[in-house]
Design a protein around this ligand. Sequence first.
Ligand code: COA
Length: 217
Amino acid sequence: MIGAILPPSVRWAQSFTDREVALFPQEQAAIAKVVEKRRVEFTTVRACARDALGALGVGPAPLVPGERGAPSWPDGVVGSMTHCAGYRAAVVGRSAEVATVGIDAEPNEPLPEGVLGAIARPEDLEALAALPTAAGVAWDRVLFSAKESVYKAWYPVARKWLDFEEARVRIAPDGTFTAGLLVSGPTLLGRPLTGFAGRWVAADGLVATAIVVEQGA
Ligand SMILES: CC(C)(COP(=O)(O)OP(=O)(O)OC[C@H]1O[C@@H](n2cnc3c(N)ncnc32)[C@H](O)[C@@H]1OP(=O)(O)O)[C@@H](O)C(=O)NCCC(=O)NCCS
């Protein structure tokens, strides 16, 4: 699933079932008061993240939700996590090679009534309308997922909120998408961040999107 849209510079792991893994005290504290569903998704995605970190040669470390929910990563590592019904995934890279990462997974189903209007700009809607309808892909969901990946790649470098209206996203049927930022961004790779390029995939009843900004890109 997610591996199909990631470059070799990152390591990843995914799970279609719930997993248990030993949590660090800081992680346990972060979920001390949550419901069981949240405990299970939190734990499973951290099991995935431990596997991905291991593939990178990095030992287990506490991955604690911090400012605005952004998780902590070990020094020298960037990463991103996602969970939706029946799927969890984590992607990590060495910050010497990868500047930022954002991933998101969603059910391959049309967005609930009213959501598209809340997350899409007029030009997003125009671009959606031009996509092939018979492709078996819920394009509005891909748009939503792409915007979530944009936020997850944006936040660790910008450290500020980005609204759905502050990025225009154009999805291409070939499995790619581009996002243009409509607010001034931080400096990334020695120049102002103006947007992202990402990839999407639809498989196993899910859609997933990923943005990996490599150093030197
Ligand atoms: C934070 C947000 C992107 C999470 O997406 P989601 O589809 O609800 O949930 P997912 O399961 O895919 O992702 C959750 C994971 O995202 C990560 N995450 C949460 N906040 C984050 C942030 N500020 N920066 C980076 N990653 C973040 C966490 O790892 C979290 O899992 P965890 O709590 O177990 O550690 C979403 O809830 C949100 O607030 N969106 C509004 C902002 C936005 O999307 N703007 C659009 C800009 S174009």
